[in-house]
Design a protein around this ligand. Sequence first.
Ligand SMILES: Cc1ncc(COP(=O)(O)O)c(C=O)c1O
Length: 421
Amino acid sequence: MIVRKREMQTGAWFKIITNYLKNIKYWRKYKMNNDPVIKTFIPYGKQYIDEDDIVAVSEVLRGAYITTGPRVEIFERDLCNLTGAKYAVAIANGTAALHAACFAAGIEEGDEVVTTPMTFAASANCILYCGGTPVFADIDPDTWNISADEIEKRVTDRTKAVVAVDFTGQAVDLDRIRDICIRQNLILIEDAAHAIGTKYRDKYVGSIADMTIFSFHPVKTITCGEGGAILTDDENYYRKLLRFRTHGIIHDPKLMRQKPFNGFYEQIELGYNYRLTDFQAALGSSQLKKLDKFSKRRAMIVDIYNRELGKIPELILQKEIPDSKTTRHIYIIRLNKKLLRASRGEFYKSLNEENVGLQVHYIPVYYHPYYQSLGYRKGLCPVAEDLYEDIITIPLYYSLSDEDVYSVIEAVKKTVDKYRK
Ligand SMILES: Cc1ncc(COP(=O)(O)O)c(C=O)c1O
């Protein structure tokens, strides 16, 4: 009896201890699954500033000019040297660059301008600034860039220009779009805010469209803090762009109409103060020297993402066209909703909890309440609207280490596992 009782007691203790150990194991596993894959938050984008940049800016700050001066001209020359464009006008930001380009193109009330909905609002706002009407053409379902066929469908006898956006840095189908513009007598403005360093068929973006704009916002491949530029081969556009940047004012006595006091200056049309400062330009030139290494590192990260995330059937990746040798600005994953049981919102929240910085590029422009108030309605561009429901931008920037890249991939895999159907 006593022996049996002892055996039972030992058995009970054994059970208690094994259960205890099991619980620790499960708790650990549970905890591990709930601990974020990434310990320190990784943002989705970040500038890279080194000592050379700091020295370049400091030199200007110690000198005579801090607003638009010789460094702006040098930066403009640097942009021409890089791209092969004849003229460059450095300007306050990418939005001002788009505004200036629409002005130089002569957009005014009654004109229609075709653009993509899958972009930042500035690509369409610039048309409105000039009194024109943005007309949205749908995107290609694979490259996510504006579709040449859709542009052609939207051309009417009121269409004056096309604002084509190199989405994520990948060049649009420039040959076909240029062909449409030539046939239909339209001005092509390339919004290459994402695409400095990208080549289309061996020619740098910046040397192909009638006017090309860049943005140098800190999440872009190179930065001036804030900054932008318009590139063109057309001297007439160039002169207009220069005037527009500085109040519509000219200083050349030969061009003056009234010969005012001492022929000092004359305002001949409505312009703005959209000037870039010399210290921003110095930063721009210094950053341009690193463009090649920035582009290469971004391409390496894109290759790793493509290779690893491409193996996950629950994700769809942006298709790359061989004509574009892309300097990628952002990396987007598209959720394959047939294989996942999470909405984009749920997936985003969960992945964000793994300490991965995320964004959505973009809400279709005409979804914004302001555009809705102008009469635009959902349903205009179904391909872009479908894409919007499924996309999330994950981290991509020069200083992202391989270790960070692989932890982002781990975090994405964990989130996919969580929501797999
Ligand atoms: C496609 C596109 N166009 C234009 C702009 C405007 O550039 P900025 O912010 O320099 O005014 C942006 C900015 O993010 C953009 O993404």
